[in-house]
Design a binder for this molecule. Structure first.
Ligand code: SF4
Length: 300
């Protein structure tokens, strides 16, 4: 009898499908994916695939981004209830008001936002390229939505730009405390500290390296050190262990995002089987959101 993994491989072939999975997904889902990466890497992959069907294992804004880039393809999300809490902290109406209140500033939107919000943005970014995108703006500054922590990190790296911060945040990264980091450092004194820029500024101040999950991976792979404290969502441990054999990784164990765990082998098999949970977006939203998303990818 076929295992669930074998059924997924067969269905994938029959459907001419590709499976993309975020670094925070469950280990077994990462293992059956054709590509595992951060938001930027996954967006780029979504532009390169010649598959007819994209199964996006992550949260809804990621699957929407794949649809924006591939309006003619079938994009499936294993569980449509997988919604990013940060992406809910901003609405298109609020962006329109912020634009009116800040003439001369461009709206730079973190990719962790809904498609309708992206349609109102000037340019999108990920944690990999946010500093590069803001520093290259021709405008005097930016309204940065929705993550205040990433926005504040970007502002610290772009001193010539006047950045208006939004008040959104990722509850998972926001919950990582200075106390937790101090305890991890005391328990593992030889470990280097890596932090995601969605963490609070006082946590970033304790880090040796700040960057996206992909930057973390590259750093750990190339480093001569073999022990790291990793301040991001715990799903990243699997990607690091697969790619950096023999090295040790310590996480704040409470940093777990339930939405990122909703794609399972069973839900992946189910959508491949019935092509259910299709991502559908209004044509006008796709049209308007494509420009800021493509601007983001051009600077990858
Ligand atoms: S980890 Fe945070 S930013 Fe990422 S999907 Fe979960 S809530 Fe959203």
């Amino acid at each position: 009898m076929e295992s669930v993994g074998e059924r997924i491989v067969r269905l994938k072939r029959e459907r001419n499908a590709v499976i993309l999975a975020h670094n925070y997904c469950l280990p077994e889902v990462q293992d059956i994916a054709d590509y595992v990466g951060d938001s930027l890497g996954l967006s780029v992959r979504a532009t390169e695939t010649d598959a007819d069907v994209i199964v996006f294992c992550g949260v809804t804004f990621m699957a929407e981004t794949a649809k924006i880039l591939n309006p003619g393809k079938t994009v499936l999300i294993p569980d449509p209830a997988a919604v990013c809490a940060m992406a809910q902290m901003c609405s298109p109406e609020q962006i329109v008001s912020a634009k009116a209140a800040n003439p001369g500033k461009e709206v730079v939107g973190y990719v962790n936002s809904t498609a309708s919000c992206k349609a109102e943005m000037d340019v999108c970014c990920t944690s990999s390229n946010a500093v590069d995108i803001v520093s290259s703006l021709k405008s005097e500054g930016a309204v940065f939505v929705p993550d205040r922590n990433l926005g504040s990190y970007v502002a610290s790296r772009c001193p010539g730009k006047d950045i208006v911060l939004w008040q959104g945040f990722c509850p998972i990264h926001q919950s990582i405390s200075v106390q937790q980091v101090r305890e991890l450092k005391a328990a593992h004194p030889g470990a280097e500290v890596l932090a995601h820029p969605e963490c609070r500024a006082e946590v970033l101040a304790l880090a040796d390296v700040i960057g996206s999950t992909e930057k973390m991976l590259n750093h750990c792979r190339e480093s001569s050190l073999d022990e790291f404290i990793v301040l991001t969502e715990v799903g990243m441990r699997h990607r690091l262990e697969v790619n950096c054999p023999g090295k040790r990784f310590h996480f704040p164990e409470s940093a777990m995002c339930g939405a990122m765990k909703m794609a399972t082998l069973e839900t992946v098999e189910s959508v491949l089987s019935d092509l259910g949970n299709r991502v559908e977006l209004p044509e006008e939203v796709v049209e308007r959101a494509r420009r800021p998303v493509e601007r983001m990818i051009r600077r990858s």
